[in-house]
Design a protein around this ligand. Structure first.
Ligand code: HGY
Ligand code: MN
Ligand code: MN
Length: 417
């Protein structure tokens, strides 16, 4: 890809990200959650781009958007390039979307150069990675990979509707997980291009890095139950204040993570019942997200936090219930694909850099059915999950060039499944 065509493709990619970034469930900010009206509009828009790029386009039973071009012969393995099209609340427009639209840009560039590959190419926009609606991420890629469990299907959203019911409504019949889109034999590999969501590439003054692995994460809901009461007449010593107990636990989790890097622990949401200023909180429901590159350390930290929650509950005469909603172990990227991708990155920016990912990605699930590779793209200030998230067009162009070089290396002989 010469510099002119790379700059042109990067400009179109950036314009499309701007356009897609305006497809939202919440006018004035960017939010697209699982199977929402905005997700349907996003799939229609991205599906139009896929079709214009010559791909056969379909949506699967989970709302994943899949664009496919066949290889030089039928029956060849498939390389999947993908990421997610859903977002967090009040999101940035690059997280997930950049990896999907970059996959489309790569297919367009290959088509322009009339390249026929010795493998099929699928670009996938996963329908749900962030876990906003069901407090459990990777629903789209788990569906695509045939990894959704009965526990996943029993998860409830804020309306009390289970995932199974939601998928059943979509299928207009009782939902039974269809055969996975891909078995291990059919996949050559999975490549996810994603903004770094961290500050290292900016500090290194480099646009790209190769990901070595993805941290494991546990998410869940912790409920403290006390007794609601009159804020004016109940003496402090006689209270069973659920929110005060939750507050103690939140600060404990933060302090534990602060003194045990690279452990991270986050309480991202908190709901209080009944939620009136003159009523002692009877119930506090908090989300907990715990991550660490090493699974044993993550599990030990979670045990510490839950033991402290029980100790707080005993001391304050509160009920305390924990429900895990997601538990994914750390995942390593394929050494072979990472080495190939490192050569592509070096060919684009002169040197390669390897980084571990603290953020979760659909690659965690795809690793169960294919060797995975991830390419990080520099983002301004390392900011993500925020409207000011931004990746510069030239850096997106560098990622496209590295992706095309990687595909070329696979086609030239690295394409042993
Ligand atoms: O939470 C994460 O790490 C990802 O953005 N879903
Ligand atoms: Mn995200
Ligand atoms: Mn993401």
């Amino acid at each position: 890809m010469n510099k002119t065509s790379r700059a042109r493709a990067a400009g179109r990619l950036a314009r499309r990200l701007d356009e897609l970034g305006r497809v939202t469930d919440t006018p004035g900010s960017l939010t697209r959650t699982f199977l929402s009206p905005a997700m349907a509009r996003a799939n229609a828009l991205v599906g139009k781009w896929m079709a214009a790029g010559g791909m056969a386009v379909r949506e699967d039973a989970y709302g994943n958007l899949i664009g496919r071009i066949e290889g030089s012969r039928r029956g060849q393995p498939t390389l999947v390039i993908g990421s997610h099209l859903d977002t967090v609340r009040n999101a940035g427009r690059f997280d997930g979307a950049a990896g999907v639209l970059l996959g489309i840009a790569a297919v367009e560039a290959l088509r322009l150069d009339r390249v026929r590959l010795p493998f099929a190419l699928e670009v996938v926009g996963f329908s749900e990675e962030e876990g906003v609606r069901f407090s459990s991420g990777y629903i789209g890629s788990k569906g695509y990979a045939g990894r959704l469990s009965a526990g996943d299907l029993a998860l409830c959203d804020a309306t009390g509707t289970t995932l199974r019911e939601v998928l059943g409504r979509r299928a207009r019949r009782r939902f039974a997980p269809p055969r996975a889109a891909q078995g291990r034999g059919g996949l050559l590999g999975y490549l996810e291009v994603h903004i770094e969501q961290g500050p290292v590439l900016e500090a290194e003054k480099l646009p790209l890095a190769v990901v070595t692995g993805i941290a494991g994460q546990t998410r869940g809901r912790l409920q403290f139950r006390g007794r609601a009461g009159h804020a004016g007449t109940t003496p402090m010593a006689l209270r069973r204040d659920a929110l005060a107990g939750a507050a103690e636990l939140i600060l404990f989790a933060e302090a534990l993570a602060r003194r045990s890097p690279p452990l991270v622990a986050t309480v991202g949401s908190l709901s209080v019942t009944p939620g009136a200023p003159n009523v002692i909180p009877g119930e506090a429901l908090l989300s907990l997200d715990v991550r660490h590159p090493r699974d044993a350390a993550r599990r030990a930290a979670l045990r510490r936090i839950l033991a402290q929650a029980r100790a707080i509950a005993r001391r304050r005469d509160l009920g305390c219930v924990w429900r895990a909603t997601q538990d994914d172990g750390a995942v390593a990227c394929s050494r072979r694909l990472a080495s190939l991708l490192g050569k592509s990155v070096r060919s684009v920016q002169g040197r390669s850099l390897r980084l571990a990912s603290g953020a979760g990605h659909d690659a965690v699930v795809m690793a169960s059915i294919a060797p995975i590779a991830m390419l990080f793209v520099r983002c301004r200030g390392g900011v993500s999950h925020h409207p000011s998230e931004h990746a510069a067009a030239p850096d997106l162009g560098a990622a496209l060039a590295a992706t095309l070089d990687f595909i070329g290396r696979l086609a030239a002989g690295g394409s042993r499944p």
